[in-house]
Design a protein around this ligand. Sequence first.
Ligand SMILES: [Zn+2]
Length: 113
Amino acid sequence: MPRPRKCRRVCLLPESDLFGPLKLQKPDAEIVFMTVDEYEAIRLIDLEGMTQEECSEKMDVARTTVQRIYNDARNKLAMSLVEGKLLQIQGGDYKLCDYEDSGCGCKRCCRKK
Ligand SMILES: [Zn+2]
């Protein structure tokens, strides 16, 4: 039986969930699917400048998990950039941050007032 997967804490959902080349769109372009937790790892590490360690605490998962999520996410970004594939962000094992309890300290946290 598969182990139940632990939800990753996510502070912000993407405003747009579909990305791709604005020029030279191929009608049959392949779609690369990125999960919301992968998107969050990119956001925290590449935009907020967190280390994988900090990111793992923030998302409430093991560092090895973050490493895997992050690598997958980077690979998908590269495929989209280099091969002109569409990138769609959807799904994944995540729960939205509950700012009140955790006080996550995230600048862009969706729950922050
Ligand atoms: Zn948050």
